[in-house]
Design a protein around this ligand. Structure first.
Ligand code: PEP
Ligand code: MN
Length: 334
Protein backbone atom coordinates (compact mmCIF):
# COMPACT_ATOMS: atom_id res chain seq x y z
CA UNK A 1 0.00 0.00 0.00
CA UNK A 2 1.20 3.52 -0.77
CA UNK A 3 0.29 6.28 1.66
CA UNK A 4 0.31 9.48 -0.38
CA UNK A 5 0.64 12.62 1.75
CA UNK A 6 -0.73 16.01 0.78
CA UNK A 7 1.85 18.58 -0.39
CA UNK A 8 1.13 20.51 2.84
CA UNK A 9 1.65 17.55 5.22
CA UNK A 10 4.02 18.41 8.07
CA UNK A 11 6.96 16.28 9.18
CA UNK A 12 5.13 15.56 12.44
CA UNK A 13 2.05 14.30 10.61
CA UNK A 14 4.14 12.04 8.40
CA UNK A 15 6.10 10.70 11.37
CA UNK A 16 2.88 10.01 13.24
CA UNK A 17 1.66 7.80 10.38
CA UNK A 18 5.01 6.03 10.20
CA UNK A 19 4.93 5.37 13.96
CA UNK A 20 1.35 4.12 13.83
CA UNK A 21 2.19 1.65 11.06
CA UNK A 22 5.33 0.49 12.84
CA UNK A 23 3.48 -0.11 16.09
CA UNK A 24 0.36 -1.73 14.66
CA UNK A 25 2.04 -3.85 11.98
CA UNK A 26 5.68 -4.40 12.97
CA UNK A 27 6.30 -6.93 10.16
CA UNK A 28 5.63 -4.34 7.45
CA UNK A 29 8.44 -3.01 5.30
CA UNK A 30 8.24 0.78 5.31
CA UNK A 31 10.01 3.02 2.85
CA UNK A 32 9.49 6.73 3.01
CA UNK A 33 10.37 8.87 0.03
CA UNK A 34 10.37 12.63 0.27
CA UNK A 35 9.79 14.00 -3.20
CA UNK A 36 10.04 17.61 -4.24
CA UNK A 37 6.32 18.13 -4.15
CA UNK A 38 5.15 15.61 -1.56
CA UNK A 39 6.16 12.59 0.49
CA UNK A 40 4.92 9.07 0.08
CA UNK A 41 5.25 6.05 2.32
CA UNK A 42 5.37 2.58 0.78
CA UNK A 43 4.05 0.06 3.32
CA UNK A 44 4.72 -3.39 1.90
CA UNK A 45 3.62 -6.64 3.47
CA UNK A 46 -0.09 -6.79 4.20
CA UNK A 47 -2.24 -4.40 2.17
CA UNK A 48 -5.46 -5.59 3.80
CA UNK A 49 -4.21 -4.91 7.33
CA UNK A 50 -2.97 -1.45 6.30
CA UNK A 51 -6.34 -0.65 4.72
CA UNK A 52 -8.09 -1.65 7.94
CA UNK A 53 -6.16 0.98 9.92
CA UNK A 54 -8.23 3.65 8.15
CA UNK A 55 -5.31 6.03 7.67
CA UNK A 56 -7.05 7.80 4.77
CA UNK A 57 -8.72 10.31 7.06
CA UNK A 58 -5.66 11.11 9.20
CA UNK A 59 -4.20 14.65 9.03
CA UNK A 60 -1.67 15.04 6.23
CA UNK A 61 -2.83 11.96 4.32
CA UNK A 62 -4.14 12.59 0.81
CA UNK A 63 -5.02 9.02 -0.17
CA UNK A 64 -4.08 5.35 0.07
CA UNK A 65 -3.25 3.50 -3.12
CA UNK A 66 -2.82 -0.29 -3.21
CA UNK A 67 0.21 -1.58 -5.17
CA UNK A 68 -1.40 -4.00 -7.58
CA UNK A 69 1.83 -5.40 -9.04
CA UNK A 70 3.83 -8.41 -7.85
CA UNK A 71 6.84 -6.12 -7.40
CA UNK A 72 6.40 -3.43 -4.79
CA UNK A 73 9.33 -1.13 -4.01
CA UNK A 74 10.42 -1.14 -7.64
CA UNK A 75 6.93 -0.23 -8.82
CA UNK A 76 6.56 3.12 -10.56
CA UNK A 77 4.03 4.22 -7.97
CA UNK A 78 6.41 3.53 -5.05
CA UNK A 79 8.38 6.67 -5.80
CA UNK A 80 7.10 10.20 -6.27
CA UNK A 81 9.48 10.69 -9.19
CA UNK A 82 11.97 8.68 -11.25
CA UNK A 83 15.01 7.53 -9.35
CA UNK A 84 18.27 9.14 -10.32
CA UNK A 85 21.59 9.11 -8.51
CA UNK A 86 25.10 10.39 -9.00
CA UNK A 87 27.88 8.07 -10.12
CA UNK A 88 31.02 10.08 -10.82
CA UNK A 89 30.03 13.09 -12.89
CA UNK A 90 26.85 11.58 -14.25
CA UNK A 91 23.38 11.40 -12.87
CA UNK A 92 22.20 7.87 -13.65
CA UNK A 93 18.60 8.05 -14.76
CA UNK A 94 18.99 11.53 -16.24
CA UNK A 95 22.19 11.73 -18.30
CA UNK A 96 23.06 9.20 -20.97
CA UNK A 97 25.75 7.15 -19.24
CA UNK A 98 28.29 5.14 -21.20
CA UNK A 99 30.07 2.39 -19.28
CA UNK A 100 32.98 1.10 -21.33
CA UNK A 101 35.77 -1.32 -20.58
CA UNK A 102 37.01 -4.86 -20.85
CA UNK A 103 34.87 -7.89 -20.15
CA UNK A 104 37.50 -9.19 -17.75
CA UNK A 105 40.75 -8.09 -16.16
CA UNK A 106 43.08 -10.46 -18.00
CA UNK A 107 46.34 -8.75 -17.04
CA UNK A 108 46.85 -5.52 -15.10
CA UNK A 109 48.58 -3.97 -18.13
CA UNK A 110 45.88 -4.73 -20.69
CA UNK A 111 43.08 -3.72 -18.32
CA UNK A 112 44.73 -0.40 -17.52
CA UNK A 113 45.49 0.28 -21.15
CA UNK A 114 41.90 -0.50 -22.14
CA UNK A 115 40.55 1.67 -19.33
CA UNK A 116 42.71 4.60 -20.41
CA UNK A 117 41.62 4.27 -24.04
CA UNK A 118 37.97 4.11 -22.97
CA UNK A 119 38.47 7.22 -20.86
CA UNK A 120 40.05 9.05 -23.78
CA UNK A 121 37.07 8.06 -25.95
CA UNK A 122 34.66 9.65 -23.49
CA UNK A 123 33.53 6.88 -21.13
CA UNK A 124 31.55 7.97 -18.07
CA UNK A 125 32.49 4.85 -16.11
CA UNK A 126 34.75 1.86 -16.61
CA UNK A 127 33.61 -1.73 -16.45
CA UNK A 128 35.99 -4.62 -15.75
CA UNK A 129 35.17 -8.03 -14.30
CA UNK A 130 37.45 -9.85 -11.89
CA UNK A 131 35.00 -12.52 -10.73
CA UNK A 132 33.59 -14.11 -13.86
CA UNK A 133 30.62 -16.48 -13.86
CA UNK A 134 31.65 -18.67 -16.81
CA UNK A 135 29.42 -21.28 -18.38
CA UNK A 136 32.23 -23.82 -18.39
CA UNK A 137 34.30 -24.49 -15.28
CA UNK A 138 37.30 -24.96 -17.60
CA UNK A 139 37.11 -21.38 -18.92
CA UNK A 140 39.18 -18.53 -17.48
CA UNK A 141 37.36 -17.39 -14.35
CA UNK A 142 39.01 -13.97 -14.00
CA UNK A 143 41.80 -13.06 -11.56
CA UNK A 144 39.51 -13.10 -8.52
CA UNK A 145 40.66 -11.13 -5.50
CA UNK A 146 44.04 -10.54 -7.10
CA UNK A 147 42.25 -8.20 -9.46
CA UNK A 148 40.99 -5.91 -6.69
CA UNK A 149 44.14 -3.86 -6.85
CA UNK A 150 43.81 -3.47 -10.60
CA UNK A 151 40.29 -2.07 -10.16
CA UNK A 152 41.63 0.39 -7.62
CA UNK A 153 44.36 1.44 -10.01
CA UNK A 154 41.89 1.90 -12.86
CA UNK A 155 39.88 4.20 -10.65
CA UNK A 156 42.94 6.19 -9.63
CA UNK A 157 44.46 6.49 -13.10
CA UNK A 158 41.28 7.32 -15.00
CA UNK A 159 39.46 9.26 -12.30
CA UNK A 160 36.30 7.48 -13.43
CA UNK A 161 33.92 5.33 -11.40
CA UNK A 162 34.39 1.58 -11.77
CA UNK A 163 31.67 -1.02 -12.23
CA UNK A 164 32.43 -4.67 -11.47
CA UNK A 165 30.47 -7.85 -10.90
CA UNK A 166 29.98 -9.57 -7.57
CA UNK A 167 29.53 -13.32 -7.81
CA UNK A 168 29.98 -14.60 -4.27
CA UNK A 169 28.57 -12.90 -1.20
CA UNK A 170 31.81 -13.24 0.77
CA UNK A 171 33.67 -11.06 -1.75
CA UNK A 172 31.14 -8.24 -1.32
CA UNK A 173 32.88 -6.03 1.27
CA UNK A 174 36.29 -6.26 -0.46
CA UNK A 175 34.79 -5.45 -3.86
CA UNK A 176 32.72 -2.60 -2.45
CA UNK A 177 35.91 -0.97 -1.17
CA UNK A 178 37.39 -0.57 -4.64
CA UNK A 179 34.41 -0.06 -6.95
CA UNK A 180 31.73 2.57 -7.30
CA UNK A 181 28.97 0.32 -8.61
CA UNK A 182 28.38 -3.37 -7.94
CA UNK A 183 27.12 -5.35 -10.91
CA UNK A 184 24.90 -8.38 -10.46
CA UNK A 185 25.14 -10.54 -13.54
CA UNK A 186 22.34 -12.17 -15.50
CA UNK A 187 23.12 -15.58 -14.06
CA UNK A 188 22.69 -14.31 -10.54
CA UNK A 189 19.58 -12.21 -10.98
CA UNK A 190 17.65 -14.77 -8.98
CA UNK A 191 20.37 -15.51 -6.44
CA UNK A 192 18.33 -13.95 -3.67
CA UNK A 193 20.87 -14.22 -0.83
CA UNK A 194 23.43 -12.51 -3.10
CA UNK A 195 20.94 -9.73 -3.91
CA UNK A 196 20.41 -9.15 -0.21
CA UNK A 197 24.13 -8.92 0.43
CA UNK A 198 24.56 -6.59 -2.56
CA UNK A 199 21.83 -4.34 -1.21
CA UNK A 200 23.63 -3.94 2.08
CA UNK A 201 27.06 -2.93 0.75
CA UNK A 202 26.32 0.77 0.52
CA UNK A 203 27.05 0.97 -3.22
CA UNK A 204 24.76 1.51 -6.20
CA UNK A 205 23.80 -1.70 -7.98
CA UNK A 206 23.60 -2.46 -11.70
CA UNK A 207 21.24 -5.44 -11.87
CA UNK A 208 21.21 -7.38 -15.13
CA UNK A 209 18.17 -9.22 -16.38
CA UNK A 210 18.31 -13.02 -16.19
CA UNK A 211 18.62 -14.88 -19.48
CA UNK A 212 15.06 -16.14 -19.18
CA UNK A 213 13.52 -13.77 -16.67
CA UNK A 214 10.21 -12.03 -17.21
CA UNK A 215 10.06 -8.31 -16.44
CA UNK A 216 7.98 -9.08 -13.34
CA UNK A 217 10.66 -11.46 -12.06
CA UNK A 218 13.33 -8.88 -12.89
CA UNK A 219 11.54 -6.21 -10.87
CA UNK A 220 10.93 -8.56 -7.96
CA UNK A 221 14.67 -9.24 -7.94
CA UNK A 222 15.22 -5.47 -7.72
CA UNK A 223 12.85 -5.48 -4.75
CA UNK A 224 15.30 -7.75 -2.88
CA UNK A 225 17.95 -5.04 -3.17
CA UNK A 226 15.62 -2.13 -2.46
CA UNK A 227 14.32 -3.93 0.62
CA UNK A 228 17.82 -3.77 2.09
CA UNK A 229 17.62 0.01 1.93
CA UNK A 230 19.76 0.52 -1.18
CA UNK A 231 17.76 2.82 -3.40
CA UNK A 232 20.41 3.34 -6.07
CA UNK A 233 19.51 0.46 -8.35
CA UNK A 234 19.76 0.52 -12.14
CA UNK A 235 18.36 -2.28 -14.31
CA UNK A 236 20.09 -3.64 -17.39
CA UNK A 237 18.48 -5.41 -20.35
CA UNK A 238 21.19 -7.67 -21.80
CA UNK A 239 19.34 -10.00 -24.13
CA UNK A 240 17.16 -12.98 -23.43
CA UNK A 241 17.02 -16.50 -24.79
CA UNK A 242 14.52 -17.00 -27.59
CA UNK A 243 14.02 -19.61 -30.32
CA UNK A 244 16.31 -17.62 -32.62
CA UNK A 245 19.97 -18.43 -32.20
CA UNK A 246 21.28 -16.07 -34.91
CA UNK A 247 22.79 -13.78 -32.31
CA UNK A 248 24.04 -14.84 -28.88
CA UNK A 249 20.82 -13.60 -27.26
CA UNK A 250 17.84 -11.56 -28.43
CA UNK A 251 18.02 -7.98 -27.22
CA UNK A 252 14.57 -7.21 -25.87
CA UNK A 253 14.30 -3.58 -26.87
CA UNK A 254 10.65 -3.37 -25.92
CA UNK A 255 11.70 -4.12 -22.36
CA UNK A 256 13.24 -0.66 -22.08
CA UNK A 257 10.08 1.47 -22.45
CA UNK A 258 8.06 -1.25 -20.74
CA UNK A 259 10.34 -1.17 -17.71
CA UNK A 260 10.24 2.60 -17.70
CA UNK A 261 6.47 2.45 -17.46
CA UNK A 262 6.56 -0.16 -14.69
CA UNK A 263 9.37 1.17 -12.51
CA UNK A 264 11.02 4.36 -11.31
CA UNK A 265 14.50 2.83 -11.68
CA UNK A 266 16.95 3.76 -14.49
CA UNK A 267 17.19 1.25 -17.35
CA UNK A 268 20.44 0.42 -19.14
CA UNK A 269 21.12 -1.71 -22.20
CA UNK A 270 24.04 -4.08 -22.75
CA UNK A 271 24.35 -4.59 -26.50
CA UNK A 272 27.59 -6.59 -26.16
CA UNK A 273 26.32 -9.69 -24.38
CA UNK A 274 23.06 -9.58 -26.34
CA UNK A 275 24.87 -9.53 -29.69
CA UNK A 276 27.78 -11.81 -28.98
CA UNK A 277 29.40 -10.42 -32.12
CA UNK A 278 31.21 -7.15 -32.70
CA UNK A 279 29.42 -6.02 -35.84
CA UNK A 280 26.05 -5.94 -34.07
CA UNK A 281 27.18 -4.03 -31.01
CA UNK A 282 26.99 -0.47 -32.32
CA UNK A 283 23.65 -0.94 -34.15
CA UNK A 284 22.12 -2.44 -31.00
CA UNK A 285 23.65 0.28 -28.85
CA UNK A 286 22.03 2.88 -31.10
CA UNK A 287 18.74 1.03 -30.88
CA UNK A 288 19.05 1.12 -27.09
CA UNK A 289 19.53 4.88 -27.12
CA UNK A 290 16.66 5.24 -29.59
CA UNK A 291 14.20 3.42 -27.32
CA UNK A 292 15.20 5.64 -24.41
CA UNK A 293 17.80 3.70 -22.43
CA UNK A 294 19.37 5.71 -19.63
CA UNK A 295 22.76 4.21 -20.34
CA UNK A 296 24.77 1.55 -22.11
CA UNK A 297 27.42 -0.90 -20.97
CA UNK A 298 29.72 -1.86 -23.82
CA UNK A 299 32.64 -4.25 -23.66
CA UNK A 300 35.76 -2.70 -25.15
CA UNK A 301 39.34 -3.82 -24.81
CA UNK A 302 42.74 -3.86 -26.46
CA UNK A 303 43.27 -6.57 -29.10
CA UNK A 304 39.74 -7.86 -28.57
CA UNK A 305 40.06 -10.85 -30.90
CA UNK A 306 42.67 -12.41 -28.60
CA UNK A 307 40.71 -11.80 -25.36
CA UNK A 308 40.30 -14.82 -23.09
CA UNK A 309 36.67 -13.96 -22.53
CA UNK A 310 34.07 -12.71 -25.02
CA UNK A 311 36.60 -12.20 -27.82
CA UNK A 312 33.90 -12.12 -30.51
CA UNK A 313 31.91 -9.24 -29.08
CA UNK A 314 34.34 -6.78 -27.50
CA UNK A 315 34.94 -3.55 -29.38
CA UNK A 316 38.46 -2.35 -30.00
CA UNK A 317 39.16 0.26 -27.32
CA UNK A 318 41.39 2.09 -29.83
CA UNK A 319 38.38 2.61 -32.03
CA UNK A 320 35.66 3.93 -29.75
CA UNK A 321 35.62 7.59 -30.64
CA UNK A 322 33.25 7.12 -33.58
CA UNK A 323 30.65 5.01 -31.79
CA UNK A 324 30.73 7.22 -28.67
CA UNK A 325 30.25 10.40 -30.73
CA UNK A 326 27.40 8.86 -32.73
CA UNK A 327 25.63 7.56 -29.64
CA UNK A 328 25.79 10.93 -27.90
CA UNK A 329 24.57 12.72 -31.01
CA UNK A 330 21.69 10.30 -31.31
CA UNK A 331 20.71 10.95 -27.72
CA UNK A 332 20.72 14.71 -28.34
CA UNK A 333 18.49 14.20 -31.35
CA UNK A 334 16.02 12.27 -29.27
C1 PEP B 1 29.21 -9.08 -17.89
O1 PEP B 1 28.68 -7.97 -18.07
O2 PEP B 1 30.41 -9.20 -17.63
C2 PEP B 1 28.40 -10.30 -17.98
C3 PEP B 1 28.88 -11.48 -17.63
O3 PEP B 1 27.16 -10.09 -18.45
P1 PEP B 1 25.83 -10.96 -18.19
O4 PEP B 1 25.74 -11.18 -16.72
O5 PEP B 1 24.76 -10.08 -18.72
O6 PEP B 1 25.98 -12.22 -18.97
MN1 MN C 1 31.65 -10.41 -21.08
Amino acid sequence: MIVVFTPEATATEIEAIEARLQESLPHLHLRRIDGEERSILAAVGDAQAVAELGLGSEPGVDRLVPIGESYKLAARMSAPERTSFAVGNKQWGEDLTLILGPCTVESPESALQAAELCTAAGADAIRAGIFKPRTSPFSFQGPGRQGLQVLEEIRQRTGLPVVSELVQAEDGPALAEVVDVIQIGARNMQNYPLLQVAGSLGKPILLKRGLAATLDEFLQAADYILREGEERVALCERGIRTFDQSARFTLDLGAVPLLQSKTHLPVFVDPSHAAGRRDLVEPLARAGVAVGADGLIIESTVSPSTARCDADQQLDAEDLQGPVTRLRKLRELI
